[in-house]
Design a binder for this molecule. Structure first.
Ligand SMILES: *Cc1c(COP(=O)(O)O)cnc(C)c1O
Length: 465
């Protein structure tokens, strides 16, 4: 499979190239040249198959030319063997219509493990075929950092530098990153916000001189391989509820539009999805964009769902690319306008093309707390605030008898205080976190400037060959 840029001018790459590159050279994001499809019979054939077998069937067309079936199966077996539930992503029933797809049984207790456990192995596999060395530089507001570090800790030919905003991630989130003492892991607390961290990372990627000295790569969801791994659980869950005979809907708590875009890909591949509900918190740029075309950033409001406190959703560009009829030049123009004015209007014909598959909802803090309480009192489920945003949006949706699957994106123990405030129940720490609070931490604190971070990375990373 070939991958092309959403902005039309970067060279096409194969799966291996797109995975190692992350971002395209023209500033766009890589997408497959065309959407592969699974026939109705192939989808029906997934009934009763294990997660790993489902993963091989769904991902095979995307990795063709870069990985054999046997290699793909081996990597999936290893990645998903690290999950604590045998079903990897189990479905839990809440009532006659509502289900939760638990995506948090990986090592760091958020859905990001589903993609990042595999991505770490993909990096290692591809690097073993060359004499390249990869330098990963990323910014995190919490969950991506720990999942990425767990995915690459101790792997040869990879160094990871992860920036988090000093004092603004939870204790659990920080310790999940800083207690990993592998020599290729560098945690940096910056004296600034998450937006500052992200801006620094972006400027390092755009610095040709710096990017040329080190082979930089990305672990956030601009990396296509992450989204590809997430397409799998849409198939896995829908088939368990009767697909392809019966249609299902999904409600997805959304920040960077990565997870919900994976659902869109599943639908393009032939999975009968009745509706994808984009659930946002009060940082509602996506809800405004999808209802009246207003894609304009405001200031970010800090909420109990920090992983969704996002102003500009990078993967929305991938949807816009499709809605524009895959016109890279037109999209490059739109995105350049957005990047300079921080606002754009989605044309009416593009919005119309997104309906009725995609709808959206904005959930405020009361709606979130109510959903947490409902799940606890009615179905004895303690759910995390992000998952509660998704559930609240699912319960508002007008979908008749269609089963609605809400993606449960994090374990409640990651956000114990917010869960306790809403339900009165304090989630227990899962055993797999072990003695997190006794372990030694290691990180450096640096000023929030590009120069400080560049100097730190340059001193420690391995230069490109
Ligand atoms: C990252 C994250 C999200 C948002 O996912 P996107 O792919 O960025 O839309 C939602 N919930 C949790 C717990 C997360 O960590």
């Amino acid at each position: 499979m070939d991958y092309i840029s959403t902005r039309g001018s970067a060279p096409a790459l194969d799966f291996e190239g797109a995975t190692l590159a992350g971002l395209a050279k023209d500033g766009g994001l890589y997408v497959p040249r065309s959407w592969p499809t699974l026939s109705r019979d192939e989808i029906a054939g997934l009934a009763g198959k294990s997660y790993v077998e489902t993963a091989v069937t769904v991902m095979r067309p995307f990795v063709a030319g870069s990985l054999s079936d046997a290699e793909l199966r081996e990597l999936c077996t290893q990645a998903y063997g690290n999950f604590s539930h045998d079903a990897v992503t189990p479905l839990v029933q809440l009532d006659h219509q509502h289900w939760m797809l638990e995506l948090f049984h990986g090592p760091t207790l958020a859905f990001k493990d589903v993609a990042l456990q595999l991505l770490g192995l993909l990096f290692e596999k591809f690097l073993s075929r060359s004499d390249k060395h990869l330098t990963i530089v990323g910014a995190t507001s919490g969950d991506t950092g720990s999942a990425a570090i767990d995915g690459v800790a101790g792997r040869e030919k990879i160094d990871i530098f992860m920036l988090h905003p000093l004092g603004r991630v939870s204790d659990v989130q920080r310790r999940q990153m800083t207690t990993v003492l592998a020599p290729n892991v560098y945690n940096i607390a910056i004296e600034g916000s998450f937006d500052d961290a992200q801006a620094i990372v972006k400027s390092l990627f755009n610095d040709r001189d710096f990017n040329g000295r080190f082979t930089l790569s990305a672990v956030n969801s601009i990396n296509w391989a992450r989204l590809m791994a997430q397409v799998v659980y849409y198939f896995y869950a829908a088939v368990r509820l009767g697909a392809p005979e019966r249609k299902v809907a999904f409600s997805v708590p959304t920040g960077n539009f990565g997870d919900v875009f994976a659902g869109y890909v599943a639908e393009r591949m032939g999975l009968p999805i009745e509706r994808l509900i984009v659930a946002t918190n009060v940082n509602d740029i996506l809800h405004r964009a999808l209802t009246n075309g207003d894609y304009s950033t405001g200031t970010v409001t800090a909420t109990a769902t920090p992983s969704m406190d996002i102003q500009a959703s990078s993967n929305f560009e991938r949807l816009l690319f499709d809605l524009s009829g895959r016109d890279g030049a037109a999209l490059a123009g739109m995105m350049a306008g957005f990047e300079s004015t921080k606002a754009m209007t989605i044309p009416a014909d593009m919005l119309a093309a997104s309906r009725p598959l995609i709808s959206s909802a904005r959930i405020d803090p009361d709606g979130m707390a109510l959903a947490m309480r409902w799940a606890y009192e009615r179905a004895a489920q303690v759910i995390d605030p992000h998952s509660a945003i998704g559930l609240a949006a699912a319960r508002e949706a007008d979908l008749g008898e269609t089963p609605i699957i809400t993606l449960a994106t994090a374990h409640a123990a990651k956000f114990r205080d917010a869960v306790e405030r809403a339900t009165g129940a304090r989630p227990a720490m899962p055993a797999r976190l072990g003695n997190l609070f006794e372990r030694e931490e290691r990180y450096d604190t640096l000023p929030a400037t590009k120069e400080a971070i560049a100097a730190y990375v340059a001193e420690r990373a391995t230069p490109a060959a």
